[in-house]
Design a protein around this ligand. Structure first.
Ligand SMILES: C[S@@+](CC[C@H](N)C(=O)[O-])C[C@H]1O[C@@H](n2cnc3c(N)ncnc32)[C@H](O)[C@@H]1O
Length: 239
């Protein structure tokens, strides 16, 4: 049957069913994304950063530029390379990630008294505490468009008065390095060293677009480029 011949109610049901399927795919995909990072934990540092020693230098420089002082919440901390640098500036760091294997590496790496790790999903992680800084590196690009607004809404009540959100991510100019699933503009295929394949979300940052999106949600945001591949951003709730 052609679309033009469907009665209106059938079209509506069909569209609704399609959008339910999209939501369902997204939820499954987010679970798959965590599974991917759990399996990747042991190879993450080398495959993500290539030259880990050089990356440590870059991380130290960027963290020093951002000055994350006071109480810091780090979301999606991964194997703790950034946590280690944050701990040198912060009074306390609460570092959260859903991948238990990554957190185990991070715990082993960062043995500072002012750092506490938790294995949790950032979309549902609950805390009464308010933080001076909420930080995330290479996380925002894994938040699907459908959860973007929800994610920024959940940050706001966790920020102390005068608090800042600081983030690092990849610039849209390096988008070509990913293998996008045909017909999908935010889902990519990734492969582990043993050949296993996963699908995850990847939304590279277009600074102007992200600044506009955040302004529409009530945030003041400034994004700067760092080299040809990364961006560094700071956002504060607009008064
Ligand atoms: C690209 S890695 C970034 C790790 C670290 N921040 C870095 O920059 O090296 C993305 C991280 O997000 C974590 N992650 C994925 N989905 C998550 C979720 N729903 N809740 C918490 N962490 C999640 C993964 O386990 C992984 O450690």
């Amino acid at each position: 049957m052609r679309w033009g011949r469907l009665p209106a109610v059938a079209i509506c049901l069909s569209v609704r069913r399609r959008s339910r399927m999209m939501m369902c795919v997204t939820d499954e995909l987010l679970a798959d994304q965590v599974a991917y990072y759990r399996q990747r934990a042991g190879e993450y540092d080398v495959t993500a950063y290539d030259d880990v020693a050089a990356a440590r230098g870059r991380i130290a420089r960027l963290v020093a530029q951002m000055q994350p002082t006071g109480s810091v919440l780090e979301m999606a901390c991964g194997t703790g390379l950034w946590t280690q640098a944050l701990a040198r500036f912060a009074d306390t760091v609460t570092a959260v990630d859903a991948a238990v294997e990554a957190v185990a590496i991070a715990r082993d790496r960062v043995r500072s008294d002012n750092v506490m790790f938790e294995v949790a999903d950032v979309f549902s992680w609950a805390s009464e505490e308010r933080f001076d800084v909420i930080f995330f590196s290479a996380w925002l690009s894994h938040v699907p468009t459908s959860r973007f607004e929800q994610f920024w809404q959940l940050l706001r009540p966790r920020l102390a008065n005068g608090g800042r959100v600081l983030f690092i991510d990849e610039h849209v100019d390096v988008r070509d390095k990913e293998a996008y699933v045909p017909g999908q503009d935010e889902i990519v295929e990734r492969q582990l060293r043993d050949g296993r394949q996963f699908r995850i979300v990847k939304n590279f940052v277009d600074p102007k677009r992200l600044e506009q999106q955040l302004r529409a949600l009530g945030w003041h945001c400034e994004i700067r480029r760092d080299g040809s591949d990364w961006i560094r951003g700071q956002a504060r709730p607009a008064l």
